[in-house]
Design a protein. Structure first.
Length: 758
C-alpha cells in the first residue's frame, strides 16, 4: 500500500479494530475489539446529541452566545465536524478547581446564560467526560492496513485502471505498449502514462465538461446568446459578425465562433491556468480576461495580436478598459449566469460563489424551514437568528460585488454599500474603504487563501472522475443506515482532506489531484470479500459502477469502434444532439436542464439497447473492408470464416479463429481479460453459431435477403471516408457471417459494463 493513506486507515480501523500499540483513555477502555478514533467518538457521542441539539441554538455566529469563546459551525458547513472538535478541545482545556469548563457550563456549575442543559448524572455528561479524557490522552487507533475495512475491497489492477482512466480522461483505449509498461513498471509507470494523457487536447475537453457541470456557462452557446448579454454602448462591435457576408469564409467562421468564444471564456480561463501549469488560484485572481481572434473583435480589443486570426483555440490575456478583473468572478458570462436584482442585491451571486469555490451550500446552513409569519424583527437578515445564520455568510460576499449591476456591467460605488446590510467583506474582515472600487479583486484574494477553495477544486475533480460529488454528512441519527453512512463519509472525507493537503502542497496544480483520485479505492474498487452486513452497508457508495454520461459514452464509442452513434456523416450524433437522445439519456443543456440523471430508467435502458443494435450494424461490415492489420474489431478473422462447411461439418481452423476474435472483442469492448476456453467465450461463440445458422436457414427459405440493410453496408473506407473500390464494397451477407458478428457486437455493447464506468 502506497504512503499517504494513514488518515484513511485510522478511520477504517474504527470499524476493524485496534492494534497493540494503541493507547486507550479510560473513556475508551471498553473498546477492546473496536477502536474508535477521537473524531469518530466526538461525532457519535457528542456532536449530534449535545453540540448540535443543545448548544448550537445559542452558540452560533448569530446566536445569543455569539460573543462567547464557543461559536459552533452548523452541520451544513464543509469540514464543520473537525472544526467544532478543535473548538471544543480548546474550550475543554480551561478548568476551575480541576474541572473542565466544558463540564461546568452546561451543568450550570458556573454561570451559564443558557442555564442547566445537561444532567450531571446523565449519559450526556458521561459522554463529555469521555471526550475531555480523550483531549488529555488521545486515542491512537492502529493504522496498519491489514486491520482496515478497505483492505477487504478488491481493486482494479493497474492496467485495468489505466483503461478506465484513459476512457474517462481522453476517450481512448491504452495501447498494448502502455499496458505492458504499466504491468512491468507499477505505479511509477502508471503515473508516467497518466501524465501523457493529461497533456493532450482531449484531457482539457474532459476537464471543461467537469467544470461546466459546475458553472453552467455553456448555456450561452449558439446564436447571439452570449453577445446579446453585452452592453451595446460599451461594446458597439458585439455583433460585428452580422455585417460580414455570410457566404464568405470569414463570415462563416465569424458567425460560428464569435458568440461561442465569448460564452466559453470562463472555461477557457480554467483551461489556460491548468495548461500553463499555474496555480489554480488564478481562476479567481487573474487580472485579465481571455480573448481569441473572434471575441477580441466583439470586445473591440484591436491591439491584441494573434498568430492565426482564424484560430478559435488561440487565446490571449487581455484587459478591458476601466474593468477591475478578478478572473471568473468578473467574467461577463459568470455575472449574467448568476444575476442579481434590486431586492436580491447580489445574494444569489454570493451563494453561488460559496457553492462553486468554497464547497459550501449556504442553503443547508440552516436546515429548518423559516416561518415568514413569525418574522417580526426590524431588518430580520441582520437581527433575526433564524435568518442571520445564513445571511451572516451571504451578505458580506454579496457586498463585495457592489460594483456590478444585474447585467454584469462595472460601475464604481465609491460611496460604499447598502447600510442596511452587513459591510462588504469576507468572514470577519471588511473590505477597506480605499478598496471599495476593486472589492471583488479583494474578495478573490481572500477566497483563494481559504482551505475551502482547495476543497472545492478537489471535489470538482473527484466528482468528474468518480461520477458523484462527495457525500454529505448525515444529520438525522434516527434514519435507517445512519451509522453506516457516517462511517463511509468519514472514510471519504479523510481522503478528500488528504488529497486537499497534497493539492495545496503542489502549489495548487490541478493536475496533481488526478492521479491521487485515480489510484484510490474510490475510483478503483469493483468488489469486496468477506464483508459483514454492516460492512456492506458502510461500503455501499464505494465502487466503479457509475452510469456513463452521454459525453462519456460517446467518447467510449469512438475509442472502441472508431466512430460515434451517427447513422451518416451528415446526420446528428444520436447521443449528443438535443433533438435526439441527449436529454433522454441524462444529459444537460446548462440552461433548463442542469442536473444529470445518474440512475438509469426504462427509457435509458431502451436507448442502450438501440445503441447496441445500431452500432453493431454500423461498424461490422466496414471493419472487414480494411486490411487485417488496420482492423479494430476483427483482427483474427476474415469475412469468409464460417464455423461449418456446406455439409454441416465443423471447420476447426475457422472456429479457433472465431473464438480468438471473440476473446479479443471481450477485452476491447468490455475490458474483460479471458483465458482461452473461458465459459464466457463459449457462451458468446454459441450466440455467433446460432445466429449464423438462423441467418443461413432464413436466407435459404427466402425469409431474409442476402442484401444487408443500407446502414449496415460498407461503401466507404472507415478510416479515410473515401468511396471504396467495387471489389472492397460489402453490401451482401453471402457467407452469413456479417449478421452473426453483428449479433456478437450488439450482445457485448448492450452489456451493462459497457454502459457504465468500470
Amino acid at each position: 500500500m502506497r504512503k499517504g493513506w494513514g488518515a484513511l486507515w485510522v478511520l477504517a480501523a474504527g470499524v476493524a479494530g485496534c492494534g497493540d500499540e494503541g493507547t486507550k483513555s479510560d473513556a475508551a477502555s471498553s473498546a477492546e475489539t473496536a477502536c474508535v478514533s477521537d473524531l469518530t467518538y466526538f461525532q457519535q457521542e457528542v456532536s449530534g446529541p449535545i453540540t448540535e441539539n443543545k448548544c448550537f441554538a445559542c452558540h452560533n455566529a448569530q446566536g445569543s452566545a455569539r460573543n462567547s469563546k464557543l461559536v459552533l459551525l452548523p452541520p451544513g458547513q464543509t469540514d464543520y465536524l473537525r472544526l467544532n472538535y478543535e473548538k471544543l478541545k480548546d474550550i475543554g482545556s480551561y478548568e476551575k478547581d480541576g474541572v473542565s469548563i466544558l463540564l461546568l457550563k452546561p451543568t450550570a456549575g458556573v454561570s451559564h446564560g443558557g442555564g442547566e442543559q445537561i444532567d450531571p448524572d446523565g449519559d450526556e455528561y458521561a459522554a463529555l467526560e469521555g471526550l475531555i479524557a480523550r483531549f488529555k490522552q488521545p486515542v491512537t487507533c492502529n493504522a496498519d492496513p491489514a486491520g482496515g475495512l478497505l483492505t477487504k475491497v478488491r481493486l482494479l489492477d493497474l492496467p485495468a485502471t489505466l483503461r478506465r482512466a484513459g476512457l474517462q480522461l481522453v476517450g481512448t483505449l491504452p495501447t498494448s505498449d502502455e499496458l505492458e509498461k504499466v504491468s512491468a513498471g507499477g505505479e511509477a509507470a502508471f503515473d508516467a502514462v497518466l501524465s501523457t494523457y493529461m497533456e493532450g487536447d482531449a484531457f482539457y475537453s474532459t476537464l471543461l465538461t467537469w467544470f461546466n457541470d459546475q458553472l453552467l456557462t455553456n448555456k450561452y452557446l449558439g446564436g447571439d446568446n452570449a453577445t446579446n448579454l453585452l452592453d451595446e454602448n460599451l461594446y458597439p462591435r458585439r455583433h460585428y459578425y452580422h455585417d460580414i457576408d455570410g457566404e464568405s469564409e470569414a463570415g462563416r467562421l465569424a458567425r460560428r465562433w464569435a458568440n461561442d468564444s465569448v460564452a466559453r471564456e470562463p472555461l477557457a480561463l480554467i483551461e489556460h491556468v491548468v495548461r500553463e501549469g499555474r496555480s489554480f488560484q488564478e481562476i479567481l485572481t487573474a487580472d485579465y480576461i481571455l480573448v481569441n481572434p473572434y471575441s477580441a473583435q466583439v470586445y473591440g480589443l484591436t491591439d491584441v495580436k494573434f498568430d492565426d486570426d482564424t484560430d478559435p483555440t488561440e487565446w490571449r490575456e487581455a484587459k478591458l478598459p476601466n474593468y477591475p478583473h478578478a478572473g471568473i468572478l468578473t467574467s461577463p458570462m459568470f455575472l449574467n449566469r448568476y444575476p442579481t436584482t434590486d431586492t436580491n442585491v447580489n445574494r444569489h451571486r454570493s451563494r453561488m460563489v460559496q457553492k462553486l469555490f468554497l464547497a459550501t451550500d449556504v442553503l443547508k446552513l440552516a436546515e429548518r424551514p423559516v416561518d415568514p409569519t413569525q418574522i417580526k424583527d426590524h431588518n430580520p437578515t441582520m437581527n433575526n437568528p433564524a435568518c442571520a445564520v445564513c445571511h451572516a455568510k451571504v451578505d458580506p460576499i454579496a457586498g463585495a460585488f457592489m460594483n456590478w449591476d444585474p447585467q454584469g456591467r462595472y460601475s464604481s460605488r465609491e460611496e460604499g454599500w447598502i447600510e442596511s446590510m452587513r459591510p462588504p467583506g469576507y468572514g470577519e474582515e471588511s473590505v477597506p474603504p480605499d478598496q471599495w472600487p476593486t472589492a471583488t479583486k479583494w474578495l478573490a484574494e481572500k477566497i483563494v487563501k481559504d482551505r475551502l477553495f482547495a476543497v472545492s477544486a478537489v471535489s470538482a475533480v473527484y466528482q468528474g472522475l468518480v461520477g458523484r460529488a462527495p457525500l454529505e454528512n448525515p444529520t438525522d441519527d434516527t434514519a435507517p443506515g445512519y451509522k453506516a453512512q457516517l462511517d463511509f463519509v468519514n472514510l471519504e472525507q479523510a481522503f478528500i482532506s488528504e488529497t486537499t493537503d497534497a493539492f495545496v502542497a503542489s502549489g495548487y496544480k490541478l493536475k496533481s489531484i488526478v492521479p491521487l483520485i485515480v489510484r484510490s479505492p474510490f475510483f478503483r474498487a469493483y468488489g469486496a470479500q468477506d464483508l459483514t452486513d454492516d460492512e456492506k452497508a458502510v461500503l455501499a457508495p464505494l465502487g466503479t459502477m457509475k452510469l456513463l454520461t452521454p459525453e462519456q459514452l460517446d467518447a467510449k464509442l469512438h475509442a472502441v469502434f472508431g466512430r460515434g452513434w451517427q447513422r451518416a456523416e451528415n446526420e446528428a450524433n444520436q447521443l449528443l444532439a438535443r433533438d435526439q437522445y441527449l436529454f433522454f439519456y441524462g444529459g444537460i443543456d446548462s440552461d433548463q436542464v442542469t442536473r444529470r440523471i445518474t440512475e438509469p430508467n426504462g427509457i435509458m435502458a431502451n436507448i442502450g439497447l438501440r445503441l447496441a443494435n445500431e452500432m453493431a450494424c454500423l461498424v461490422s461490415a466496414p471493419d472487414f473492408t480494411l486490411p487485417i492489420a488496420d482492423r479494430t474489431l476483427f483482427p483474427h478473422v476474415e469475412y469468409g470464416y464460417a464455423p461449418e462447411d456446406a455439409n454441416g461439418f465443423e471447420v476447426p481452423e475457422s472456429i479457433e479463429a472465431i473464438k480468438k476474435n471473440i476473446r479479443y472483442l471481450h477485452f476491447r469492448i468490455l475490458g474483460e481479460v479471458l483465458s482461452p476456453g473461458d465459459p464466457e467465450i463459449e457462451r458468446t461463440y454459441q450466440l455467433f453459431l446460432e445466429t449464423w445458422r438462423e441467418v443461413q436457414a432464413a436466407q435459404r427459405n427466402n425469409q431474409l435477403s442476402l442484401d444487408l440493410p443500407g446502414l449496415c453496408q460498407a461503401h466507404k473506407d472507415p478510416i479515410t471516408g473515401m468511396d471504396l473500390p467495387g471489389e472492397r464494397v460489402i453490401n451482401r451477407d453471402t457467407r452469413f457471417t456479417i449478421r452473426a458478428w453483428m449479433a456478437v457486437i450488439a450482445y457485448l455493447t448492450a452489456d451493462w459494463r459497457f454502459l457504465y464506468q468500470q
